[in-house]
Ligand binder design. Structure first.
Ligand SMILES: [Zn+2]
Length: 441
């Protein structure tokens, strides 16, 4: 994701691979469990010291607390850095929550997760903690003392990540490790530098319950509208909800069968998740394809706080509160995941992505800018008579706003927004693209 103009030179695309280890031996499992515990303790130690000494930077904390940490935990020095990174992140988000009044400033955060993210040990950093060697990872505990975790490597891993990694096209980032049952979960982010491509326009994306709507703006061209159908997504949610309900009802009648119930429910959760993810992957892939074909930067309507907004029963300033079932339905749409998938798929094409605020996006007229209060699915402008689907208006406005945020040197020509306003046709229908779900990821 491109955040500012200086980053345009090297667009980086990151996608994470999940590996699992074969069942670990008792000794390794114990050792890994111990390290996970020590990591969490180190993070909490770090947080506590940061608050005690009122420091925020890693360098200054190193001065005050490193000796004590070393004598207490006896791990390689870079464990301190890895824990520090986690701690500073936790503190940062806690402070933010405090400012927003959602966390208690009296109660410092505690790191309870049983996962660790470890600094990489490789060409540039000879003293890191964790090294990725293709089919095994090596964790440095102390000088001369290592833990080796073998990985189960599938064909997918080889084709998608390892081949490029061996050729040096992809680089590995910080590795995240956790333990589940008798195996370890290993997440390895693979980064690759993508050559940025010049963009010819901008594409705004509006996410709705039944469809994902795109508007493509280019200088001196009519805006193009595309609607991707995702109505399968709520249908999947609904049917698996019913399924779970019926399991619950059947297994709740005596005799009690808790194990069976848990297993069955987990099975349907998993099935739902996999089906949903597949659709998200297919739709986001299609977006990346469209972006590549049209050579456009991609803009998402900001989804920050979207859940909070939908959760609140309080009436908004000019609208009604959302109905309960509507809130529930919208809350189940995995917005963040979808945006994440689409973002990295677009970034892989060397095209920039931006996020803009959703404010008034479906209410302002894209032609004349007048604020209207739309009712139902059609948007009607009282000033200029523009008439279109509401989703289309939202994606159009998102694209217009995005054009202002995309770094200026991406533009080869004039801003696309000014050119098209005058010649835009009134009232247009989006091109409806069927989404085929049978293709793989
Ligand atoms: Zn208007």
């Amino acid at each position: 994701m491109v955040e500012n103009a200086s980053e345009v030179e090297d667009v980086q695309s990151v996608s994470s691979a999940r590996f699992i280890t074969p069942p670990l031996t008792g000794r390794k499992r114990e050792l890994l469990g111990d390290l996970l515990g020590k990591f969490a303790e180190s993070v909490n130690f770090y947080i506590q010291k940061c608050l005690e000494h009122k420091v925020t930077s890693r360098a200054s904390l190193h001065h005050v607390a490193y000796e004590e940490w070393k004598s207490r935990f006896d791990l390689a020095t870079h464990w301190f850095h890895s824990a520090g990174q986690m701690a500073t992140q936790t503190l940062r988000s806690w402070r933010k929550l405090c400012r927003q009044g959602q966390a208690n400033p009296e109660k410092p955060p505690a790191y309870k997760a049983r996962t660790m993210r470890l600094e990489l040990w490789g060409d540039r950093n000879q003293t890191g903690v964790c090294r990725f060697c293709g089919n095994v990872i090596q964790i440095r505990i102390r000088r001369g003392e290592y833990l080796w975790l073998p990985l189960v490597v599938t064909e997918h891993h080889v084709l998608r990540y390892l081949r490029d990694w061996r050729e040096g096209k992809k680089k590995v980032g910080e590795i995240t490790i956790s333990l589940f049952k008798d195996r370890a979960n290993v997440f390895v982010p693979f980064k690759c530098e993508v050559e940025p491509r010049p963009t010819e326009g901008i594409c705004g994306i509006d996410i709705n319950e039944q469809s994902v709507d795109l508007t493509i703006l280019k200088p001196n061209e009519q805006p193009k509208h595309i609607s991707l159908d995702v109505s399968k997504l709520p249908a999947i949610r609904h049917s698996s909800q019913l399924k779970r309900k019926s399991i619950q009802r059947k297994l709740d009648t005596p005799p009690q069968r808790p194990v069976q119930k848990r297993r069955l429910k987990a099975k349907y959760w998993r099935r739902e998740r996999n089906r949903t993810n597949q659709i998200l992957h297919v739709v986001s892939k299609q977006i990346a394809k469209i972006a590549e074909r049209e050579r456009v930067a991609v803009t998402f309507g900001g989804i920050k706080g979207i859940r909070g907004f939908m959760r609140s029963k309080r009436k908004s300033k000019n609208g009604r509160a959302l109905r309960k079932d509507m809130r529930r339905r919208l809350n189940q749409w995995p917005f963040r995941k979808f945006q994440f998938y689409a973002e990295y798929k677009v970034a892989r094409q060397g095209l920039p992505t931006v996020e803009v605020s959703n404010y008034h996006k479906s209410k302002d007229c894209p032609i004349c800018g007048r604020y209207n209060r739309p009712n139902g699915h059609t948007y009607r402008c009282k000033a200029c008579g523009f008439e279109a689907s509401r989703h289309l208006v939202a994606s159009w406005n998102i694209a217009k706003d995005g054009a202002r945020h995309v770094p200026a040197d991406c533009w080869q020509m004039q801003s696309p927004v000014d050119g098209l306003v005058a010649q835009a046709k009134l009232g247009m229908e989006p091109e409806k693209l069927p989404v085929q779900f049978s293709t793989g990821i």
